[in-house]
Structure formats: C-alpha cells, structure tokens
Design a protein around this ligand. Structure first.
Ligand SMILES: *[C@@H]1O[C@H](CO)[C@@H](O)[C@H](O)[C@H]1NC(C)=O
Ligand SMILES: *[C@@H]1O[C@H](CO)[C@@H](O)[C@H](O)[C@H]1NC(C)=O
Ligand SMILES: *[C@@H]1O[C@H](CO)[C@@H](O)[C@H](O)[C@H]1NC(C)=O
Length: 514
C-alpha cells in the first residue's frame, strides 16, 4: 500500500518533468523519455538537443526515481563535464565522422571498472575506496566512441556469487532494487540495476554482465532487450570476475537497435583478454552489427521451438497465449518453425549443471584473487579477506540474514588442474552433442525458448542469446523471449530479434504498480 501512494507521486512528477523537458522540441515532438540512440542522434544533428540536456534529464530522473527503484549506485560527478566536452566535439567534428554512441549517456553495472571518480565495487562495501588500475576493456572502447559514463548500476551483490540466500537485485551498498513495472515483483539479476534503470529511463543505455542468466533474466523481467554475446566477443578485462570460461559483457537497452549500436562499440580484441577476444574477433562482421537491423530479418529463418522442457514448463494462460501468438507472428514474418526440437542429452543436464557449479566455485577462487591483487589500493586482496570483511561488517552486508555460502564454498573447495580439465571436457561434450548437433541436424538458425530458461546451456557452451520483451503476465510483470544460437551467430540472432521486435512492439514504459 505504501508503494501505491509513492508511485502515483512519481508518475505525476515525471510527467511534470516531461512538460519541462518539452522545451527540447522538434516538429516530431521529441521527448527524451523513451528516446532511442537514433532519435537522439537526429536531434544532435539538427542542433535541437545537447548531451548536457540529456545528462541533466537522466540525473533528474535518477534523483526522483532512484530512492524507490535503487537501480543506480553512483552517478558520475564528471557526467556534465563530459557532456559539455561531447557537445563541443560535435561542433568541430565533421558530420558523419562521429560514432553512434558519441554524446550518449551510458550506465555500467558496478562490476565493470572505471578509472575515474566512480567506485567499482560489485555492490559490496568491501571494495569501497579501492582503486582500479585502469578502465575495463569495454570502458576504453566506450570512451573512444565518445559515450558518456553516467554512473554505476546496482546488481545482485558480487553478481549473485556471494549468497544463494540473498534476493535478486539486492546489494549491500544500495539495498533492494525494484522492478519498475510491479514494485513487489522480482527484478531478477544479477544485472538488475542495468535493466531497472534503462526500463525507467534513468539512462539512455546500459551494460550488464552474464555468467549464467544475468543479462537474459533481468532483461525479460524488466521488459528490455539484452544481448548476451559469444564468449570473448567483448573483453572481460577489468570486470570483477566469476569465471572467464563463462563471463561476458553485453548491452541492456530499450530497443534491439540501441543494443546493437552499443554492441558495435564494445566488441573486439583486447590485449588484456587476449586469447578469448582474439578467437572471437573472427566473428565480427565487416561493417559491424547494425547492418543486420532488417525489418524482414525473419524471412527464411529456421527456428527451433524448444518445447521440452522449456515451453512445456511455462505456466499461466496469459503467457501461454502470448507465446502461441508470437509463434504465429514469427511464421507470418517468413520464418520456418521447426517445432518441438530438443537436446538429445538433456537427460544428463542436471548432472552437467552440478558440474557447472563446481567449476564456477573453483574458477571464482583463482579469478577473484587475481582481480583483487591487481588493484592499486584495496582494503581486501583475496577471497579470504572478503570473508573476513563480511564477518566483521556483518550488519552492513546482512551476513546474518543472507550469509556468504558461495564465498565459503569457493574458499573450501580444493580442485586440481586435472578436475578443471575434466569438467571442461564434460562441458564441451555436452555442447557438441547437445546444441551444436541439434542446430546442424535440423539446419536451424536459432532456437527459441521462454524467459532465460536456456541460460545454462548457452553459458556452458559460450553461446550467444538475445532476450526481447514478449509480454506482461496477469499481474503486469514483464517476460521475455530468448533467441539463442551457436558461437558467432549474433548477425542472425539480431536479424531475428529485430524483426520480431518490430512486428510485436511489446515494450511500454513502466507502470510502477505496487
Ligand atoms: C566512492 O567512494 C568514496 C568512499 O570511499 C566516496 O567518498 C565517493 O563519493 C564515491 N564516489 C562516488 C562518485 O560516489
Ligand atoms: C556427472 O558429472 C560428473 C562431474 O560433474 C562426472 O564425473 C560424471 O561422470 C557424470 N555422470 C554422468 C552420468 O554423466
Ligand atoms: C582446502 O584447502 C584449505 C587450505 O588452502 C583448507 O583450509 C581446507 O580445509 C581444504 N578443504 C578441503 C575440503 O579439503
């Protein structure tokens, strides 16, 4: 009940602000709220909008909405300075020479390092005051493109790798993030703040990270588009790790096109994540990904509908009906639906999934220690230090309530190189005889699944996926549809996702229901 009153207030205030921001008008009644990168770039070109106005708008929205939604941990004290710099550059540089992200404010999940006034803490007090050696690889690319780092987004603390008992979207530093559609609903995680914030127009675009479901799930739950790229397509250097075998950085935005412009800016080789980014660089198409934003992108695509176990476990008539309708839309768009495809080795999935947990614990221990050691200044230098910190400041980190079972398990586990190698073999075999074989045999361009249910299959294989808004359940909570494919299949997935989005147009701004 308390929420319904405040959400009414918020709605009222934000529409009042809309009227104010309507000073930035054009013949098309341009509004910053819900504006896409394309809309913004047209306004820039016509000199009807500045980056300063954009940043001022988003800072205003954060001031009004964030105490309720908690999608943002910190705003960049230099954001307005950076906006002025972008506005000056736009005046002196020749039209058409600037990147699509030039002058666009972007919010970064708080596990992505920035060497500026912002902290990089994975949402935890343990890393507050630490100093990173340099910008993350993707941040270097964003700055080069001219994007404005607006701030840091909240997350499930430590990308949900501290406590299995902590709710999604909770972190010590900013508390519980809320789903802007239905405030009492799960925002999902771990890139919760990135999704919440773009959904509620507190930023133009955002970055999240995924190890297993952390982009795809919150994207679905907050009605935004999330791209989980092929492993190594985007650099993980300077990203607080779980495991380099599965970690990936990707865009979370209100539209497929926005996500693709962001993807274009962040992909590519990085000497600090050399092996993985070199291998994946061969997938990057000449001319980038934006050429695949085709309204007829569904034409001729072969889509595998994975009923068992995925669509078969969907409950609720509203959602079931929505997917049925979407299958028709996909067909009408010219796709061939290959119905009821399944992985031949799904029966061993729970065992493989258990192996994934073990591997993540082993790999986290070494990866997090390496990340912490590289910090210029830090109150903690190892997993052991983190555990000690949490015990010492148990109130701040709600240790009595949520615990730190993942940390403790990772600290206790003693794998050998041999165990890790064996697990890798099991994962490779599972992917080879599972998704890879299925896609080849049925000549599929993508598989289609509800929500983020297929995330572990994609995570284990290093495969990409895109979540697109697919509807709202009977309470008004958003859900997504996921298009997944083999490594490097982003061009096809983008064609499919974009055409689906254009045909369905499901997303609408949040309603702030209690
Ligand atoms: C980063 O953390 C420090 C505390 O260590 C705080 O004083 C500072 O304001 C934080 N930076 C931002 C941009 O919020
Ligand atoms: C289950 O997984 C473990 C390792 O995670 C492996 O050693 C074992 O052979 C697997 N069992 C089956 C039936 O696949
Ligand atoms: C693993 O090694 C640590 C020391 O590095 C030890 O304290 C711990 O008991 C060991 N755990 C197991 C399960 O053997």
């Amino acid at each position: 009940m308390a929420f319904s009153y405040s959400s009414f207030n918020f709605l009222f205030l934000s529409s009042a602000l809309l009227i104010l921001s309507a000073t930035v008008t054009s013949t098309h009644h341009f509004r910053i709220k819900e504006a896409t990168i394309r809309d913004i770039q047209i306004q820039f070109k016509d000199e009807k909008l500045t980056s300063r106005q954009l940043v001022e708008f988003y800072l205003g929205e954060i001031r009004k909405l964030n105490s309720l939604l908690r999608g943002v941990i910190e705003v960049n004290p230099d954001a307005l300075f950076l906006a002025d710099k972008a506005d000056k550059e736009r005046k002196v540089k020749a039209a058409g020479t600037l990147n699509w992200l030039h002058g666009i404010p972007i919010l970064l999940k708080d596990n992505i390092a920035t060497k500026d006034k912002l902290n990089t803490t994975a949402g935890s007090f343990a890393l507050l005051g630490s100093i990173v050696p340099r910008d993350a690889g993707v941040v270097m690319k964003l700055r080069k493109a001219g994007a404005i780092i607006l701030g840091k987004a909240s997350l499930s603390e430590w990308a949900h790798f501290r406590s299995s008992g902590a709710p999604s979207g909770w972190c010590g530093r900013s508390g519980q993030g809320r789903n802007p559609y239905v405030l009492s609903a799960d925002p999902c995680g771990s890139s919760s703040g990135s999704a919440i914030s773009v959904a509620a127009n507190m930023a133009a675009v955002s970055l999240g990270t995924e190890t297993d479901a952390s982009i795809l799930c919150p994207s679905g739950s907050n009605s935004v588009v999330g791209i989980k790229p092929t492993i190594g397509l985007t650099s993980r250097s300077g990203v607080i790790p779980i495991t380099p075998r599965q970690d990936t950085v990707g865009p979370m935005c209100r539209t497929v096109a926005d996500a693709v412009y962001v993807l274009d800016a962040i992909v590519g080789f990085d000497g600090r994540d050399a092996d993985a980014t070199r291998k994946a660089s061969k997938f990057i198409p000449h001319g980038g990904y934006r050429q695949f934003l085709k309204p007829d992108g569904l034409k001729g695509k072969r889509l595998g509908i994975m009923r068992d176990p995925f669509f078969n476990s969907v409950t609720g008539t509203v959602i079931t009906q929505a997917f049925k309708h979407h299958f028709n839309t996909l067909r009408k768009g010219g796709a061939v639906l290959v119905d009821d495809v399944k992985l031949s080795n799904m029966d061993i999935f729970s065992n493989v999934s258990y192996g994934e947990q073990v591997a993540m614990l082993l790999e986290f221990k070494s990866s997090i220690d390496a990340y912490l050691k590289e910090l210029v200044v830090s109150p903690v230098r190892s997993l052991a230090d983190l555990i000690t910190f949490n015990n010492k400041f148990s109130k701040l980190e709600m240790i009595n309530e949520y615990g730190q079972d993942y940390f403790l398990a990772a600290q206790m586990i003693n794998g050998t190189v041999n165990v890790e190698k064996q697990l890798r073999k099991i994962f490779e075999k599972f992917s080879r005889e599972g998704l890879e074989q299925l896609m080849r045999k049925k000549k599929l361009d993508a598989v289609v699944t509800p929500g983020s249910d297929i995330s572990s299959v994609l995570a284990i294989g290093g495969f990409p996926g895109i979540s697109v808004p697919a509807g709202f359940d009977k309470k008004g909570v958003p859900f997504g549809i996921c298009f997944g494919g083999l490594k490097g299949s982003e061009p096809k997935l983008i064609e499919i996702a974009y055409a689906f989005e254009q045909a369905t147009n499901v997303r609408k701004p949040p309603s702030f229901k209690p």
